[in-house]
Write a protein that binds this ligand. Structure first.
Ligand code: HEM
Length: 397
């Protein structure tokens, strides 16, 4: 594969803004996607252990439904947050993304149904566990397996997209065109590293969970310390496993001594020390965010280097500045997104901190944020449609 083919596969319309901005947004949003992938897999996996234990254990009878709920919400967030890196990758690395979609068309198709079936089964697991129906653990296991399989498919797409040297061979092995769409590639160490991160992520989540609930009188002190200890064990063991897998992955691709790799290893060691002492898990979470961004940067660096070596640099992508779209996008993302998320998070925090029923209408901050979100959304809809209709008429009249 040479640069001529790759460059010919780019969008002739060019990119609407500076490519580096899309690259940064890709790194940022993939880290967010990964955070919820890992939390959902970790929480769901651990809930299976809890549901297999049944309701005899007094700690697990509280923890299990909370883990199931955490996993359930995380899956919906990971799906929403998966769309963002998908959009950014197809803006600057469209040759990679569309070649992969063509070579693995059947798997892409299967991926969509995998998500639908896996997530529906998760709801089944949730309701069956709530009603304590027999076989709820089995339903949970099947749903967990399906969602892990979705991750394996996502991994295959990511790996195929960074194998431009082999695309021709995958498309026409031995010179015979293969249009089956069944191309599937795996890098076991990379995948194992990514999935292993769900262990420390659920560990740090449990530390936060116990810290958050420690101010509530209706939760037993023994339960708080039990969940904190469980979290610490998971975080420490998980971080050790992930660190080993990360080093193996870096050795395999010869990036171990790259500054981003070294910074990631240092980040993991800091995390290990903070998770072990568990002085303040909220600070540990901040370091976890930095490490997630470093891992996301590493993924992007690998792809950037492979493509640059072939003469494809995203920084040379033809640019067709389109200020109105960018203004619309950034104001939606920053103003509506941040105010809306702040509203939901503030309410969730206050609901969780309070014993009994929380009435949002009596809380000044929640009410103000709720009203602001509503007004911004109304303004956004008016601007969006007015702008769209005006552009449409301008173009056709
Ligand atoms: C339970 C479901 C899912 C799991 C477990 C999962 C897991 C993963 C994993 C492990 C990766 C990294 C693969 C690698 O670098 O080797 C990844 C990448 C990614 N995922 Fe997901 N994912 C899920 C669903 C989704 C959905 C629904 C979307 C889109 C709506 C999505 C969008 C992406 C994108 C865009 C990437 C980056 C691909 C690239 O860089 O080439 N994922 N996902």
């Amino acid at each position: 594969m040479d640069a001529t083919v790759l460059l010919a596969l780019r969008d002739p319309a060019g990119v609407p803004f500076y490519p580096i901005v899309f690259q940064i947004l890709y790194i940022l949003t993939w880290a967010l996607h990964a955070a919820f992938v890992l939390l959902s897999l970790g929480a769901m996996g651990l809930s299976l252990y809890g549901s297999a234990k049944g309701n005899q254990d007094k700690h697990w009878s509280i923890l299990t439904p909370h883990l199931i709920q955490t996993g359930k919400i995380s899956v919906s967030i990971l799906i929403v947050l998966g769309v963002a890196p998908l959009l950014f990758t197809q803006v600057i690395y469209d040759p990679n993304w569309y070649v992969t979609n063509t070579l693995s068309g059947m798997w892409i198709f299967i991926f969509v149904y995998t998500m639908i079936v896996g997530y529906c089964m998760y709801y089944w697991y949730y309701y069956a566990h709530k009603a304590q129906r027999t076989g709820h653990s089995l339903i949970g296991f099947v749903s967990f397996g399906i969602l892990v399989f979705a991750g394996i498919l996502m991994h295959s797409f990511a790996v195929t997209s960074i194998m431009p040297h082999d695309w021709m061979n995958m498309y026409a092995p031995n010179g015979i065109v293969n249009t089956s769409g069944w191309t599937f590639n795996m890098d076991i160490i990379r995948l194992a590293f990514m999935v292993s991160l769900s262990i420390p992520v659920v560990g740090i989540f449990l530390q936060n969970y116990s810290r958050f609930l420690s101010t509530r009188k209706d939760f037993d002190a023994s339960f708080i310390s039990y969940s904190a200890k469980l979290g610490t064990n998971f975080a420490v063991v998980g971080l050790l496993i992930s660190a080993v897998l990360f080093v193996l992955w870096m050795l395999q691709i010869k990036y171990l001594f790259h500054p981003v790799s070294i910074a990631t290893i240092i980040g993991v060691l800091v995390l290990l020390a903070m998770a072990k002492t568990n002085r303040n898990s909220y600070y540990t979470t901040l370091v976890l965010v930095v490490v997630a961004l470093l891992i996301s940067t590493m993924r992007e660096l690998i792809r950037f280097d492979i493509m640059s070596a072939l003469g494809y640099s995203i920084y040379d992508y033809p640019m067709n500045l389109e200020i109105p779209s960018i203004v619309m996008f950034l104001s939606t993302f920053l103003i509506m997104g941040f105010v809306g998320v702040a509203y939901l998070l503030t309410m969730a925090w206050k609901v969780g901190k309070r014993e009994g029923v929380f009435d949002g209408s009596k809380d000044v901050v929640v009410t103000k944020l709720g009203q602001a979100t509503l007004y911004i959304m109304i303004a956004w809809m008016a601007i969006y449609f007015a702008w769209g209709i005006a552009t449409l008429f301008k173009n056709i009249l």
